[in-house]
Design a protein around this ligand. Sequence first.
Ligand code: SF4
Ligand code: SF4
Length: 173
Amino acid sequence: MERLYIPGIVTGMTITLKHFFKKKTTVRYPEVKREFSEIYRGRHVLKRDDLGRERCTACGLCALACPAEAISMIAAERKPEEENLYREEKYAKVYEINMLRCIFCGLCEEACPKEAIFLTKETVQSGYEREGFIYGKEKLTEPADPDKRIDISKRQTPEVIEFKKNKTFRHNI
Ligand code: SF4
Ligand code: SF4
């Protein structure tokens, strides 16, 4: 019987037919996209404050916390006429994340004392050139237009949101 191969063929076809009518677990990407979790850890955003000023003060804590050494920056001092651009006296003149190194662990977000960097639901676009994966401020900073800001409230715990309402802390202004 074994040399007739028939039992083997019948068993194989039965398995194939069983899977044929099962619900598919794959999707036809990119036409169909899966819903991401609200707290999915995708590409980063550098946040602005309510007045549209960049929150980052180039303290370097995110770079220090990063296990992949993906973050680099150059700090600069804010000039008096730049108070409407940068929230703190020191700001990141250059801020870069190497998306090929990043493992999207979220430690930079946790380390930041200024709530300046958050991960978002957005994915990093594919590309053919390595240089295209070094994201600078032009790609990372959110738009100044209040209607185009990136909502990161889902990434914050209710305790943090409650704490932020306390305007007696300069950090929350
Ligand atoms: S998500 Fe993790 S690996 Fe990526 S830049 Fe932040 S700390 Fe580094
Ligand atoms: S993003 Fe946050 S932790 Fe990183 S340099 Fe700016 S203020 Fe510091």
